[in-house]
Design a binder for this molecule. Structure first.
Ligand SMILES: NC(=O)c1ccc[n+]([C@@H]2O[C@H](COP(=O)([O-])OP(=O)(O)OC[C@H]3O[C@@H](n4cnc5c(N)ncnc54)[C@H](O)[C@@H]3O)[C@@H](O)[C@H]2O)c1
Ligand SMILES: [Zn+2]
Length: 368
């Protein structure tokens, strides 16, 4: 029997962090070459892989074959496991394995594993190197790049953290084939975000190739991941610490985070809340006269095509507004709101009144 082997070379994107440059390698079956990638980046030979039972059961065999690591350390994932207690379990495993400053930790999983393992690596021996192998679409297009790591506190999300860029990121779209459809879709909203803020061709790609994208055909998904990573890499290279440009990545996140907080992080996948948040930002922009109505309609239509979003009609605008007031995007008392000025262009509004926000929330369908 003949096997057709696709031989598309992986996409390589460079990120420049203050701590040093690193590569993001994206492509079909790149996990099979992980061992070689680690060698080529000078990362080895002491390697400890950390994953979750679920991810390892689905994809562990690929890593064993690649010879990238021996027995993995497995910790639970999901938002409820994103705690200091889980980080402590990773530290325990590192101590027991005799990890030293030459050890490289390889985080294999979604954004939760990436964030918590990254934080464990940032704090063990005041920082050892970490490599990300993201396995959700959200982690591949967003959380694995940029160096933000951390965990939740009982009183708030991502309150404890540190800045610790990875030494390598390897994103293989093949693993996305096992992702539940809702998780996959949640990542697509972030892809749409990149389309609005920087790369309009992504919007066309999502619209025209949606069936192949939902079928997780690597040839359809890899370009989305690569284009998204390219934007994130460029933005964090230019503004690693979010003093300016990096804020554009918050497009749709002001209202998105507020919806997540107002529903105690139980109702929405993060991307779904960002879906609403983008519509809110676009609508606000239209009301202000900075966003073309046509862009609002285009994104409304595209988001509608992805599938249903969880309901918002029982969320009170007051709760959502209060959550916005506590947002990390409040700088010296004013809320920074990213608005779109066209396909692939943004501006920051710093003088948005609560009256305007109320009108936007009403338009989204929240109750008074
Ligand atoms: N560091 C950053 O810059 C940054 C950016 C965005 C989001 N985040 C963080 O990312 C987290 C969300 O990440 P997420 O959406 O990946 O969620 P997640 O890590 O909780 O993963 C979602 C679910 O998918 C499962 N899963 C993972 N890979 C799979 C696969 N290939 N097949 C089947 N199931 C799989 C996991 O077991 C989990 O149940 C949040 O905590 C958020 O704060 C961080
Ligand atoms: Zn996001």
């Amino acid at each position: 029997m003949l096997f057709y082997e696709r031989s598309m070379p992986p996409t390589r994107i460079g990120v420049t962090a203050a701590a040093g440059p690193y590569s993001v390698v994206i492509g079909e079956n790149t996990i099979a070459t992980l061992g070689g990638e680690l060698d080529a980046s000078g990362l080895g030979p002491r390697r400890i892989l950390v994953s979750s039972p679920r991810v390892w059961e689905l994809h562990g065999a690929k890593f064993r074959k690649a010879g990238a690591a021996r027995t993995p350390v497995l910790v639970e994932d999901g938002e409820r496991a994103k705690t200091l207690a889980t980080v402590s379990r990773v530290h325990d495993a590192l101590v027991k394995a005799g990890a030293d400053r030459a050890t490289v930790v390889i985080a294999v999983g979604g954004g939760v594993i990436g964030d918590l393992v990254g934080f464990a690596a940032a704090t063990y021996l005041r920082g050892i190197r970490v490599v990300h192998v993201p396995t959700t679409l959200l982690a591949q297009v967003d959380s694995a790049i940029g160096g933000k790591t951390g965990v939740n506190h009982a009183l708030g999300k991502n309150l404890i953290g540190s800045f610790h860029p990875p030494s390598l990121v390897v994103a293989d779209p093949v693993v996305l084939g096992t992702l539940p459809r809702r998780e996959f879709r949640a990542g697509l909203y972030e892809v749409i975000k990149y389309g609005v803020i920087a790369e309009p061709s992504l919007l066309d790609l999502v619209r025209t190739a949606l069936p192949a994208i939902f079928a997780r055909e690597p040839e359809a998904v890899a370009p989305l991941v690569a284009a998204s990573c390219r934007i994130k890499a460029k933005v964090v290279t230019a503004d690693e610490r979010e003093s300016g440009l990096r804020r554009i990545l918050n497009f749709g996140h002001t209202v998105g985070h507020a919806l997540e907080a107002a529903t105690k992080y139980k109702r929405f996948r993060h991307g779904e809340a960002v879906g609403y948040g983008m519509l809110a930002a676009l609508w606000l922009g239209v009301a202000r006269g900075v966003t073309p109505q046509s862009l609002y309609e285009e994104i409304l239509d595209l988001i509608g095509h992805l599938g249903p979003l969880p309901p918002v009609s029982d969320i009170s605008s007051k709760d959502a507004l209060a959550a916005m007031g506590r947002d990390k995007k409040v700088v010296a008392g004013t809320l920074h709101f990213v608005a779109a000025t066209g396909r692939g262009a943004t501006t920051t509004l710093t003088d948005v009144s609560s009256k305007e926000l109320k009108a936007v929330l009403k338009k989204l369908g929240l109750r008074a």
